[in-house]
Design a protein around this ligand. Sequence first.
Ligand code: HEM
Ligand code: HEM
Length: 204
Amino acid sequence: MPARGHDIYYHQDFDEMNQDVLSAAGHATGLVATLLLTATVVLGAMHSGRASSASWPRFALHAVHRNMSLLALTFVLGHVVIATKAHSELAWLNAVLPYSSAPHPFWLGTGAVALDLMFAAIITSVLRVRIGLPSWRIVHVVAYASWPLALALGLGIGVADRRISWVLAVYIGCVVAVAAAITHRLLAADPDRDARRAAQAGQR
Ligand code: HEM
Ligand code: HEM
């Protein structure tokens, strides 16, 4: 029955091709999500460091940071949809419940914590007026951790699957960008403070 045999090979080839496409899409969306999360954290740190210029007023930085975070979340969710399709043993719950997945429990667990922190930062930002500034700030500073955790997942899975190559150069670029933004944020610990002190001195 040559026709039947041919069909079986055709299905096997198609399944393998499908798996390769899903796997490639998983890596691509993961990498784009990493870049978008890096940009979100860099913009957030610059915003807290009161960075501004004539072409980049603070309100623009705020809007780009907010929209970038939503784009990053969208890509992570798309990445999770693809990951659950590519790996039948993965379910949605594994993406939000840390250390619950069967394949790579440790690395995917760090990804789940990163996703939870992103959700927390966005939800508390929407509810900022209700929950108050101090609580919002605590959640937001903790959201920094989403970035190294997400980077650890990419590195961990990449090394586990022996696929680390030029991707490493991208990660190094991300580390340099975040380190520079945090340095700027720490050096400009509270640039408004000098203005406040000058105003108070003027009132005396
Ligand atoms: C903050 C969010 C996340 C980021 C930035 C991220 C990023 C990445 C990156 C860069 C890779 C490719 C690694 C490589 O092969 O070099 C990857 C792979 C992967 N990620 Fe994520 N990830 C995130 C969250 C998650 C979550 C929550 C899950 C849980 C379901 C997940 C599941 C996977 C899987 C299964 C792979 C391997 C893809 C494959 O081999 O087919 N990721 N991720
Ligand atoms: C994935 C989600 C998000 C992440 C990972 C994130 C991360 C960050 C980080 C790391 C900072 C610097 C914090 C500091 O050094 O004190 C920051 C600042 C900030 N973020 Fe976000 N953010 C996210 C979403 C949002 C959203 C949705 C908003 C909504 C408007 C927002 C508004 C702000 C504001 C206003 C600041 C500056 C705070 C200040 O004046 O000191 N963020 N963000």
